[in-house]
Design a binder for this molecule. Structure first.
Ligand SMILES: CC(C)(COP(=O)(O)OP(=O)(O)OC[C@H]1O[C@@H](n2cnc3c(N)ncnc32)[C@H](O)[C@@H]1OP(=O)(O)O)[C@@H](O)C(=O)NCCC(=O)NCCS
Length: 285
C-alpha cells in the first residue's frame, strides 16, 4: 500500500522532532501575528516544513522559508508545502536566493519571478585601493556625527523610504517607522559619510559596525538629488578610505541593482560575491 505524504499545521511539540534544517526558531515564529508554519509528514516522521511571516517594515509580500529533509527531496514535497501556503495567502510569497542555486531553481519552478536583485556586494581589503581610485576622492564629505542630533536617523528614514518606494514600499505604520529608527540607532556615526552639494546633504554612505565586515548602505537622499552619482561616489569613497586606514578587512555593501545611483556605482567597483535574487511567487490566478 502506498503511504501518502500528509500536510498539517505545525505544533510546538514538532520542533524537537525535526532533525534537518534550522528548526530552532519555528516555535517563536509560529506565534507571530500573521505567521503560518506547516509540516509534511510521512510514516510518522516530519519530512519537510514551510514557514511564512509578515515582516514589520515591508508587508506587500509574505516571506517564506521551506526545507525538505535531504532523504525526501525530489518528491514534490517542497512544491506541495509552498502551494498550501499560497492557497492561504492574500499576497505574493517572497524569498531570497543566490543566483544559480538549487533554491532559485526551485522557486522559479513554482512560477517565481524576479522583483529585485543584489549585485555582488563584498569589497575585500585588497580591492580598497582600486575602489578609491575609481571613486575619485572625498572632498566635501562629512561624518554623520557632525550633523545635528537626530538628523542621521531622519536621513536614514528618508533614504530607506524612497529607495524601496517603487518595488517594496515601507509599510505606513508606527511599528515600521519604529523598526527603522531602531535600526538607525545601530549606525556608526563617525564612519557614516554624508556628501554635500551646495553645503546640503545630497548622498549618504551609512555604515553599520560589524567586527567581521561593516555593512554599508549607500544612496542619494532624494531620487533627483543634484549631481547624485558624483555625490554618492564621494560619500562611498570616504567610507572605503576610512576602512583602509583602520585595518578593516572587508566591507559588506547592502543595496540593489535597481537603486538608481548605487546600482550603477556597484557595477563600477571591484565587488566580489554572488548575485542575490529577490524572487516572488504570485498569488494563484
Ligand atoms: C529546495 C527544496 C525545498 C526543494 O524541495 P523538494 O521537495 O526536493 O522540491 P520538489 O520536488 O518540489 O521540486 C520541484 C521543482 O523544483 C526544482 N528543484 C528542486 N530541487 C532542485 C535542485 N536540487 N536543483 C535544481 N532544481 C531543483 C525542479 O524544477 C523541481 O521540479 P522537477 O522535479 O520536475 O525537476 C529542498 O531541496 C531543500 O530543502 N533545500 C534546502 C533548503 C532550501 O534551499 N530551501 C529553499 C529556500 S526557500
Amino acid at each position: 500500500m502506498t503511504e501518502h505524504v500528509g500536510f498539517r499545521d505545525f505544533q510546538p511539540s514538532d520542533a524537537t522532532r525535526i532533525e534537518f534544517g534550522e528548526p530552532g526558531g519555528l516555535v517563536e515564529l509560529a506565534r507571530l501575528p500573521g505567521a503560518i508554519v506547516m509540516v509534511a509528514t510521512w510514516r510518522g516522521e516530519i519530512v519537510g516544513y514551510v514557514s511564512t511571516w509578515l515582516a514589520t517594515v515591508h508587508r506587500t509580500r509574505r516571506f517564506i522559508d521551506v526545507e525538505v529533509a535531504p532523504g525526501s527531496r525530489g518528491r514534490r514535497i517542497g512544491t506541495r508545502l509552498v502551494e498550501r501556503i499560497r492557497q492561504r495567502s492574500d499576497r505574493p510569497l517572497a524569498t531570497k536566493a543566490v543566483e544559480g542555486s538549487d533554491a532559485a531553481a526551485f522557486i522559479r519552478s513554482l512560477g517565481g519571478g524576479l522583483y529585485a536583485s543584489c549585485p555582488p556586494l563584498e569589497l575585500p581589503r585588497r580591492q580598497f585601493g582600486k575602489a578609491i581610485e575609481t571613486l575619485g576622492g572625498h572632498r566635501e564629505v562629512i561624518p554623520a556625527s557632525a550633523l545635528s542630533p537626530g538628523e542621521p536617523e531622519h536621513l536614514w528614514l528618508q533614504f530607506y523610504r524612497w529607495v524601496h518606494q517603487d518595488w517594496s514600499p515601507v509599510d505606513d505604520s508606527g511599528e515600521a517607522r519604529e523598526a527603522l529608527i531602531q535600526e538607525a540607532a545601530e549606525l556608526d556615526l563617525d564612519r557614516s559619510s554624508v556628501a554635500l552639494v551646495d553645503g546640503q546633504p545630497a548622498a549618504v554612505a551609512f555604515v553599520f559596525d560589524d567586527d567581521l565586515a561593516p555593512t554599508v548602505c549607500a544612496e542619494t537622499l532624494t531620487r533627483d538629488a543634484p549631481d547624485g552619482d558624483e555625490a554618492l561616489a564621494r560619500a562611498v569613497c570616504r567610507v572605503v578610505a576610512d576602512a583602509r586606514e583602520n585595518g578593516v578587512r572587508k566591507l559588506a555593501f547592502d543595496g540593489h541593482e535597481q537603486d538608481p545611483h548605487f546600482g550603477p556605482l556597484a557595477a563600477r567597483l571591484p565587488m566580489e560575491g554572488s548575485r542575490l535574487l529577490l524572487l516572488e511567487i504570485p498569488l494563484p490566478a
